[in-house]
Structures are given as C-alpha cells and as structure tokens.
Design a protein around this ligand. Structure first.
Ligand SMILES: C[S@@+](CC[C@H](N)C(=O)[O-])C[C@H]1O[C@@H](n2cnc3c(N)ncnc32)[C@H](O)[C@@H]1O
Length: 368
C-alpha cells in the first residue's frame, strides 16, 4: 500500500478487533468507512468477512477502495495479472506527465516517468470496466510510490534522487481478497457528509484528517495519475490547480468542530467507531462531547513510544486507573459509540490490542 499520512496500518488489529467485539454484542454485517484513504481498513474488514462500503472524496483513494474493497479476487486477479505483465513490458513514452513530474518537478526519474506514462496511456486505451481499471491503476500508483523521490508527501521532491527512484518501476498485482462472507463491497467518491447520509451500515467508521494539511495537496500526483486529466499546475511542487479549490472542512481548525458534529449526527448506523489522535485539531473533550449525543462512549487508546497515558490514564484489566499519567507523545484514540454500554474493551486490553480503556462516559440517552 502507498505511503500515507494518518494511515491506520498499526491500528488494524485494534480496529478489526473492535468491530468483531461489536459483532459479538449485536450482529454486524456491513461497515461503512467514510474516510478510506489507502483503503487498508476496509481491506482488513473485508478479510474478516464484513461487507464494506468505502468512501473518500479524492479520486485516487476511491480507486484504491474500488480495488481493495469492491473488486473480488475471483473476478479479476487472473486477467489483471496478465494485463500487468503486458504493461510492465511496454517501453517508455515521454509526454506531458514526464515533462511535468520528472523534468519541471522531479518526483520520478525520467525513465520511470516515461514508463508510467506509457502504462497509463495503455490502460486508457484498453478502457476496462471500473473494477479492473481500479486494480490496474492501484498497481500503477503503488509501483510509482515505490520509486518516488520524496519524503512521502508531494509537497516537495528531493533535491538529490532518492536511491529507490533509480530502480526500474515494477507493477505487481495488489492483494485482492475474495468476496466477503457478508456480501460485495463498494467504493464511493462522495463528501463524507453526503456519504454519511446515503450509506446504510451496521457500523460506521470515521477517520477524518487531523490537521490543516490537505490530502489532495499531499498526494496530488496520485490524483493526476488516476484522473489522467493533464491539469494546469502551479508552484515548484507542480500541484494541480484544483488543490486551491477542493478543500475539506476537516482540514480547517475553524470549521472542523461543526463539520464533525454534523457528520456524527448524519451517520445512518447505531454504532460508530471513530479514530482520532491527541495531536489533532479537535481535543479529546470536544470529541467526547459530540459523540455522547449518539450514545455511550468507550475510549480505547494506544500510545506510541514513551506514552504511558495522558488524557485518560492507564487502566489495568479491572478497569482501575494505575500509574501517573506520563507526558503524551502520539496517542491514537478509538472511540466506540453504542446505544448500550460496550463490553468488549476489557478483552481488547487483555489481548494487548490497546493499552487504555475508559468506559465511564454514559451517553446522553441515559439522562446524564
Ligand atoms: C486520516 S486519512 C484516512 C486514512 C485511512 N483510514 C487509512 O488507513 O489509510 C483521511 C482521509 O479523509 C479524506 N477526506 C478528507 N476530507 C474529506 C471529506 N470531506 N469527505 C470525504 N473524504 C475526505 C482524505 O482524502 C483522506 O484520505
């Protein structure tokens, strides 16, 4: 999967464990992921048997989700593998993409950019159906990501070539999964609020951006590679001109509180799972305050490096607070919002999937 800010790779066992625990309390068949990014959360949930509805407003992310969540292995793997072999054998064909992203800016070596361009043109000529197209484009984006010359975001490129940029690009088949037990997944490219209103699910997962940096600005080359629209670009980083217009309220310190409250109120599921970090634009108390309007809130936390508990402290398996809170580094919170108190936190703690559980926050529904 691509290098991605805020990717939940390290949290996958906790997130899947949380949905499994919710399923143990009342059946879960469908999960909607409204900010899907790399689609790795949807992919893991699909692997666990859930029917996943993924959504992200950027075209590259919708494409990753169509590949990892909607496209089933039995329908596409064999054909995609043959097509990828053909793509990998094509000679480079430099054009506007190479001129922009390997000469004007230097995200890729000219040799790799010309091969990316040839492969992308061929996919356009083949005009495969949407899922096969998404599988091929995902293979291409991921192969390009493995030979890019950046520190992981496309705000800038390195002055000297990164060693990986000098290796030849090599697309390979993404890890497709068979159709999930609970049914076929889907991918959507809606604004999250719109998706919240439209996508019915047993559980909704929310992982909004944490800060002011726009994902479109950070990953504009993937957007262009997927859209293949030869956009007007600006600045040294050669960003697409529409980066200036396509904004998310979740990237604005001023607007995020209101946007989050509207989103939470609009979700069409009784149970919500929400990721947020202690370094985000919305504070812990504000998040809990908003989520309490939908039910009981259980907070699972997972710290990195020296973290030993900050806002909610460290709890032993009996739920007693132990030890003094330490200095916070990066803490990932997973808020679980349920109509009845969630009983699964202890088991997740004992399994080592999180290192803190706070379960005392009753929902507004019980009159507190
Ligand atoms: C923190 S990332 C999600 C990471 C993802 N869970 C993963 O593991 O890769 C937030 C995502 O929200 C998307 N996004 C931001 N604002 C949005 C909006 N208003 N509607 C839909 N998606 C949005 C961004 O494109 C980005 O992919």
């Amino acid at each position: 999967m691509i290098k991605y800010l805020g990717s939940k790779r390290a949290l996958l066992p906790l997130l899947v464990g949380t949905v499994d625990a919710l399923d143990g309390e009342a059946p879960v068949r469908t999960v909607a992921d409204l900010f899907s990014g790399t689609a790795r959360v949807g992919h893991a949930l699909k692997g666990a048997g859930y029917r996943v509805r993924s959504n992200d407003h950027n075209a590259y992310a919708e494409t990753l989700a169509r590949c990892y969540v909607a496209a089933d292995r039995e329908a596409h793997a064999a054909r995609a593998e043959r097509m990828l072999r053909e793509l990998a054998a094509l000679p480079g064909r430099p054009g506007w993409f190479t001129a922009t992203y390997a000469e004007q800016a230097r995200y890729f070596s000219p040799e790799n950019a010309a091969r990316i361009e040839a492969m992308r043109e061929q996919i356009e000529r083949w005009a495969p159906g949407p899922e096969l197209r998404a599988v091929l484009l995902t293979a291409l984006v991921q192969a390009a990501d493995r030979v890019d010359s950046t520190v992981g975001v496309q705000m800038a490129y390195l002055k000297k070539w990164a060693p990986r940029a000098l290796r030849p690009i090599a697309p390979r088949l993404p890890e497709l999964l068979p159709r999930a037990r609970h049914g076929k997944g889907s991918a959507h490219g809606l604004d999250a609020l719109d998706a919240a209103r439209r996508l019915q699910a047993d559980v909704v997962y929310l992982d909004p951006p944490y800060n002011q940096h726009s994902y479109l600005g950070n990953y504009h080359v993937w957007e262009t590679l997927v859209r293949w629209d030869a956009p007007e670009v600006y600045g040294v980083a050669c960003k697409r001109i529409d980066v200036q217009q396509r904004k998310s309220p979740f990237n604005s310190k001023v607007r995020i509180g209101e946007a989050f409250a509207a989103l939470v109120a609009a979700c069409r599921a009784e149970r919500l799972v929400v990721s947020f970090s202690n370094e985000g634009a919305l504070g812990y108390d504000a998040l809990v305050q908003t989520l309490r309007g939908r039910g009981h809130v259980t907070v699972l936390s997972r710290g990195h490096e020296r973290y030993i508990g900050h806002q909610i402290g460290v709890y032993n398996p009996q739920g007693e607070r132990v030890g003094a809170p330490g200095r916070a580094r990066n803490v990932e919170y997973v808020f679980v919002v349920t109509p009845e108190p969630f009983r699964g936190g202890e088991a997740l703690l004992q399994a080592g999937l999180c290192d803190g559980v706070q379960q005392t926050l009753a929902g507004a529904s019980d009159g507190r």
